[in-house]
Design a protein around this ligand. Structure first.
Ligand SMILES: [Zn+2]
Length: 69
């Protein structure tokens, strides 16, 4: 009797947690807006890595100060 490996019959596509793609862009922030567009395009293209990176950038973007970076 062979040892059953993993019950991985399904392709690993939607293993990503949804929060990884979350992030609300600030209305007045050009950088957030640009990242939001990039995230949307990346999701459509199936590029989860880029989509997560863009979403993370939105979440991590510090607002409250008008700083030119
Ligand atoms: Zn921002």
């Amino acid at each position: 009797m062979t040892t059953p490996s993993r019950y991985s019959t399904k392709p690993i596509e939607l293993s990503l947690e949804s929060w990884l793609l979350e992030g609300t862009p600030a209305p007045d922030c050009d950088q957030c807006a640009a990242r939001a567009v990039k995230r949307e395009q990346a999701v459509k293209a199936g590029d989860w890595k880029a989509a997560c990176a863009a979403a993370r950038g939105i979440r991590n973007h510090r607002h409250g100060h008008r700083e030119t970076v």
